[in-house]
Design a protein around this ligand. Structure first.
Ligand SMILES: [Zn+2]
Ligand SMILES: [Zn+2]
Length: 483
């Protein structure tokens, strides 16, 4: 049984860092015991391998970690480049699902191809699993992807956010002639611009779209041009409906409100700041579950075009109906519609034996209904609607006042704006893109402005919050800890 002991800085609920002595005992096959200061903090089952951390990026999720609904203290950090005993380099898919651990399971989420939404996952550096600001990590074995030889550490350390950026681009699926704006391009948003640029380059010229960057800081706008933006705009200078799609990467609640105002077709949300926004409490949880919001159709959609058809995971599409009005008669008979409170319906779908134990679509007619679709029960991180599902807002004749009071729901119901969101992405796609694109491999040289040693996390966080920093990376000493 390999035993590793090392000192690392825990992040605590009061936003301070405190040194703790960690010890990992176990192996890939039988599981691991994690001790903190001599007390067992976590028991892990099989499917985790021990890797030594080389570098770990600081991202906005880390800076907002105290707002997130996962226990603290914890060693955080999730944008990792790590090495094995033979010196091979890896990036690590952070969601330690059954699938990523390579263990047998009867998990509906892992089986449905949604391992990043596995309800029994731990998450590297975010939820329970000690993260990359410590010298050693326990990484899910199938989630360790070897870094191609031509991809330098400086780019590899950005694979996690680059994958997330690529996922945002494929989710919005830019259309020919559209204008796509990135709001608040900084550590993540700059990667979204790079991903948009790479996506556009891989399509034919007649499918081209334009990329705009919107930011306060003129230095960020200059950098956005280097990453592929066609136009740049100072924040606050833009008219309502200035762009077809706006991707909000600001990481603050006011950003979403601006994005809603400026977007015609769709707003894509990437921010997980843990705070209320646009009249909703659960926008962060919405991003965590990659849920979308749109207007409930006024008339029967054409065959094959109803959102519940493409979201179905069981034998019949499941619609949880939270709205006051009765479902329209055209809602087809082959759809399973259940009416009730969000709590009762969550319990109902929770016992489903086929497909995911969730509704595919929730229909709501108030801000409270939308919030309840995302988190029906206080203190339980379980949605009524499935991951990557949709909440459809019914705009009946007697509209709830909360719809007008929420800038987002007002836009969804009056001008058919759609909201989408995404969290993690496909590491393989990001690695392939980097391996094939010499220009993109220089991404770290442009984006990473600061490096810090592992024991200077306090300074790293203070700097990462300052306007002079775009991306900070924390480096582990070469001869990590004693084995
Ligand atoms: Zn991150
Ligand atoms: Zn699972």
């Amino acid at each position: 049984m390999p035993t590793i002991a090392f000192d690392a800085l825990d992040y605590r609920a009061d936003q301070s860092f405190a040194a703790a002595r960690y010890r990992f005992d176990g192996d890939e096959r039988t599981g691991w015991r994690i001790d903190r200061d001599g007390v067992t903090a976590l028991q892990l089952g099989p499917g985790f391998r021990l890797l030594r951390v080389r570098q770990c990026g600081v991202c906005s999720t880390d800076l907002a970690r105290h707002h997130l609904p996962f226990p603290l203290p914890q060693v955080i950090g999730h944008e990792v480049v790590a090495i094995d005993a033979e010196g091979r380099r890896y990036v690590v898919e952070i969601n330690a699902s059954h699938h990523a651990r390579g263990i047998a399971n009867d998990c509906a989420f892992c089986r449905a191809g949604l391992p990043t939404h596995c309800p029994e996952r731990t998450t590297l550096g975010i939820h329970d699993l000690p993260g990359g600001f410590g010298a050693w990590i326990l990484a899910p074995i199938e989630g360790c992807l070897e870094v191609p030889a031509n991809v330098p550490d400086s780019a590899a350390v950005l694979v996690e956010p680059l994958a997330a950026a690529l996922h945002a681009v494929t989710t919005i699926a830019p259309r020919a002639g559209e204008s796509i704006a990135v709001l608040g391009p900084r550590r993540l948003g700059m990667l979204v611009i790079a991903a948009l640029h790479a996506y556009r380059s891989s399509h034919s010229p007649q499918d081209a779209f334009t990329i705009a960057a919107v930011a306060r800081d003129p230095r960020l706008l200059a950098l956005a041009k280097q990453f592929g933006a066609n136009s740049t705009h100072p924040a606050g200078s833009l008219a309502d409906g200035a762009f077809d799609v706006v991707i909000d990467t600001t990481g603050n609640p006011a950003g979403l409100e601006s994005a809603v105002r400026m977007a015609r077709r769709e707003v894509h949300l990437k921010s997980t700041h843990g705070q209320p926004s646009v009249g909703l409490h659960h926008t962060t949880e919405l991003v965590v579950d990659e849920i979308g919001i749109a207007r409930f159709p006024d008339a029967a959609p054409a065959a094959g075009e109803a959102p519940w058809e493409r979201l179905r995971t069981g034998p019949r599409p499941r619609i949880a109906w939270l709205a006051n009005a009765t479902p329209p008669p055209w809602l087809p008979a082959q759809v399973d519609v259940q009416r009730g409170t969000a709590v009762a319906l969550a319990a109902h779908y929770g016992s489903a034996t086929e497909g995911l134990p969730r509704a595919d679509v929730v229909v709501a007619d108030s801000a409270a209904g939308v919030d309840a679709a995302i988190r029906p029960q206080a203190g339980r991180e379980v949605a009524l609607v499935r991951p990557r599902g949709q909440v459809l807002v019914l705009a009946g004749a007697r509209r709830d006042a909360s719809l007008a009071a929420s800038p987002l729901l007002a836009a969804v119901t009056t001008r058919h704006l759609e909201l989408s969101s995404s969290r993690c992405g496909d590491f393989r796609a990001a690695l392939q893109l980097l391996a094939a694109d010499a220009e993109l491999r220089r991404i770290g040289d442009r984006l990473v402005t600061h490096h810090f040693p592992a024991m200077a996390l306090r300074e790293a966080f203070a700097t990462a919050r300052s306007p002079d920093c775009i991306k900070a990376v924390v480096d582990q000493p070469e001869a990590g800890a004693s084995a």
